[in-house]
Design a protein around this ligand. Structure first.
Ligand code: FDA
Length: 320
């Protein structure tokens, strides 16, 4: 219930106006956001790289409503890719298709992401498409397939274990050679299409991880690239220690080498666990968001963990 309210608030313009109006909100969000600017994000990236961690950078933005803004969002990725290349950062990028105009026009979005992929390709870089809520999932997967058919190989996608359809999608995407980031799912989906029980989401997470690990093993177990930009086929994106243990144990039992099993976590969350996995020899990639459009991302982080919400509210009340 609380999660549903927060997910609603993350998308409500009126709530955004009020909450972003409080200066404390931006300060609270800074636990999860690396900064407002590209320079701040790159400074965070360099620090993570120095500690042996890989990065995927997200220039925050989503649900863009006019073509000029969608094109502007796409253009924002060029200086980012250029900067990563110039300093040889071990980093790729992540983006959302609704940021590039998917809700306005499919072809507009396709052209925007093609420009980004071509620019990234020239710099041997990799682009991950985040997976959003169910109204855009079919189009997201279709667009990913269109990109692969157009010859782009430097693009991956994410899959959510809370959706019933994800098993079929995972098989189809792996057959098409996709590199997949497995997540539980950050939105509120109806019970007709998604597991509402956490246990079922977790069971499906392990099931999908097993499918991905088996596939990788059967197809050469390609490791993370030496420059740290291109992830392996299997990316397990969670802070849940039980899910991580399952993937780690299963991969080691079937003989998948550590470099072919990447773990991913969000900036500011479980940095202790990131360091442990990195020390054990697994590639660990941190999702580093930056920019002014931090509101929906921040509220989703509050929705994931009630303690975050109480921390935010109690500080807010203390300052009032
Ligand atoms: P779970 O919610 O069970 O949490 C396990 C433990 O992790 C908690 O007990 C707590 O210790 C810690 N934790 C989790 N969330 C926390 C938070 N917000 N603050 C502090 N601690 C927290 N989703 C999506 O729909 N599309 C996408 O493309 C992505 N992309 C993505 C990339 C990466 C790298 C990650 C790690 C996650 C995503 N997600 C996502 C978000 C994902 O779907 C999910 O909402 C969050 O990862 C939280 O779920 P956990 O898997 O961590 O498990």
């Amino acid at each position: 219930m609380l999660k549903a309210i927060l997910i609603y608030l993350s998308q409500a313009k009126w709530a955004r106006r009020i909450i972003t109006g409080w200066t404390f909100s931006r300060r609270a969000a800074s636990r999860f956001i690396s900064g407002d600017t590209l320079e701040e994000a790159m400074a965070a990236t360099q620090k993570l790289n120095e500690n042996g961690l890989l990065v995927t950078l997200d220039h925050l933005g989503e649900h863009v409503e006019d073509p000029a803004s969608a094109e502007g969002s796409a253009a924002g990725y060029f200086p980012l890719l250029e900067h990563i290349d110039r300093i040889s950062a071990k980093a790729g990028i992540s983006l959302k298709l609704t940021q590039l105009g998917l809700l306005i026009d499919y072809d507009l979005c396709l052209e925007n992401i093609k420009r980004i992929l071509a620019y990234a390709e020239e710099r041997s870089n990799f682009v991950r498409i985040d997976i959003e809520d169910s109204p855009v999932i079919e189009r997201t997967i279709q667009l990913y397939s269109d990109l692969r058919e157009s010859g782009f190989e430097n693009v991956g996608i994410a899959i959510q274990s809370y959706l019933f359809r994800s098993e079929a999608d995972t098989y189809a995407l792996l057959d098409a050679g996709a590199r997949i980031r497995l997540v539980k799912g950050a939105y509120k989906e109806p019970p007709e299409i998604a597991y509402s029980n956490k246990k079922d989401v977790d069971v499906n997470f392990d099931h999908l991880a097993r499918i991905m690990i088996d596939y990788s093993l059967e197809h050469g177990a390609e490791p993370v690239s030496k420059d740290g930009k291109t992830p392996p086929v299997v990316a397990i994106a969670t802070h849940d220690e039980k899910r991580i243990k399952f993937s780690r144990d299963y991969a080691s039992r079937v003989g998948l080498k550590r470099e072919a099993l990447e773990f991913q976590m969000l900036y500011g969350i479980r940095t202790d666990l990131q360091a442990v996995l990195n020390a054990e020899g697994y590639p660990v990639r941190v999702y580093v968001p930056y920019g002014l459009e931090w509101y929906p991302y921040f509220v989703r982080r509050l929705a994931e963990r009630p303690a975050n919400l109480w921390f935010f509210l109690s500080n807010l009340i203390r300052r009032a």
